[in-house]
Design a protein around this ligand. Structure first.
Ligand code: HEM
Ligand SMILES: *[C@@H]1O[C@H](CO)[C@@H](O)[C@H](O)[C@H]1NC(C)=O
Ligand SMILES: *[C@@H]1O[C@H](CO)[C@@H](O)[C@H](O)[C@H]1NC(C)=O
Length: 342
């Protein structure tokens, strides 16, 4: 049989391919209306951005080392509520309820003044260019380096929200007396794994917790997890005098890493191996009956600082990548991190 000389089928095949290609581009785009974050985002629009943040963070951490911890925590509490969109930085106004007074944040988040100072410098160099959400992501990275932790490149291009969510801040941020499975599920909800969680909580290698957040732990199963030995007993009785069972002291503070409280290292995990974690949520990762997976990670990071640093860096990039799809449509670059633009 003779093959028709001018068969349409190659044309049809080609057309089908073209149509499929156009459709698939369209479909992919409609799913990912968010442009991915990039390392070069401010390279031409604000070449000094990274330097400005680093200099201000240097001054801040030099004047008060704990600010490194406070800024790192701000970024975490930002990203867990509507994505990393600087919603945590918004003040309450008549028309907007911020997140600062939500239970996990109230009387606890700090470092807002540092963010204001950095923002002022950025606005005088490159007005209206660098978002508060990006500022916070860079500042958190610099905070970690300044106290001896790992470096990672920070993908940029976030937009600032025009809204905040008191409700999500109250429900989605993990709290210290929740069980391991609840904690893990809160990370899964954000697209983060149990491995990300164990590494990210390693941030507790710096910073302080207040008595109201560890009272249940030191009058709870602390003795059970830590066992009885003179050094542990001394540590526990110190904690109990800082944080009495009754009669106040709620705001009294203690370091989560009592070995090297101002230094970003893996001592936090070694404390967990000893059963001496300060928060219930910290110790759960090692001592919970359900902790098979997380226990192994704690053991690994306790002996392998490099493994911890690598996973922490990767997980910080992942956490910093949590985005609210709306923020790219309705988002903006705030002029003042505390208020949406008018
Ligand atoms: C299971 C998850 C987590 C829980 C339950 C938790 C809970 C807490 C609590 C209760 C405090 C003490 C707050 C206070 O008393 O004022 C605290 C402090 C802190 N958290 Fe977490 N946290 C978690 C994960 C993280 C993550 C993922 C990061 C960062 C990557 C982080 C960074 C910090 C830092 C740096 C501090 C010290 C802040 C300061 O000294 O100002 N935490 N956390
Ligand atoms: C707070 O801690 C200090 C010791 O650091 C202690 O003397 C004081 O009694 C504590 N406050 C309360 C109300 O227990
Ligand atoms: C960041 O998120 C985008 C989608 O929003 C995804 O394509 C990309 O792989 C993520 N990157 C990382 C490092 O998680």
């Amino acid at each position: 049989m003779a093959v028709p000389q001018f068969s349409l089928s190659p044309y049809l095949q080609f057309l089908t391919l073209v149509i499929f290609f156009i459709l698939s581009v369209f479909v992919v785009n409609s799913h990912a209306d968010e442009p991915p974050l990039t390392l070069e985002y401010y390279q031409s629009s604000c070449p000094t951005a990274l330097e400005i943040v680093r200099k201000e963070m240097e001054c801040a951490v030099l004047s008060e080392p704990r600010l490194a911890a406070s800024i790192l925590r701000l970024h975490f509490h930002d990203c867990f509520v509507q994505g990393c969109d600087a919603s945590v930085l918004l003040d309450d106004t008549i028309t907007l309820q911020g997140e600062k007074k939500a239970p996990p944040n109230i009387n606890s988040l700090r470092g807002f003044g540092v963010i204001d100072r950095i923002k002022n410098k950025l606005e005088s160099d490159c007005p209206g260019v660098v978002s508060c959400a990006d500022l916070l992501a860079i500042a958190a990275r610099d905070a970690v380096i300044l106290v001896g932790g790992p470096y990672w490149d920070v993908p940029l291009g976030r937009k600032d929200s025009r809204s905040a969510s008191f409700t999500l801040a109250s429900t989605d941020i993990p709290t210290p007396n929740q069980g391991l499975l609840t904690l893990i599920s809160k990370f899964i909800l954000q697209g983060l794994s149990a491995t990300d969680m164990v590494a990210l909580v390693g941030a507790h290698t710096i910073g302080l917790a207040s008595c109201q957040n560890f009272r249940a732990r030191i009058y709870g199963d602390f003795e059970e997890t830590a066992g009885r030995n003179p050094l542990t007993e001394t540590y526990l009785s110190n904690l109990r005098s800082v944080c009495p069972a009754t009669g106040g002291g709620d705001k009294n503070k203690s370091a989560m890493d009592y070995i090297t409280p101002n230094y970003f290292d893996n001592a936090f995990y070694r404390i967990l191996l000893k059963g001496e974690g300060l928060l219930n949520s910290d110790q759960e990762m090692y001592s919970s009956l359900l902790s098979i997976e997380t226990k192994h990670l704690v053991q690994k990071y306790a002996v392998d600082m490099l493994a911890f640093f690598q996973q922490f860096s990767d997980s910080m990039v992942k956490m910093g990548n949590i985005t609210n799809p709306d923020s790219f449509i309705t988002g903006e670059v705030r002029r003042n991190c505390r208020f949406i633009n008018t």
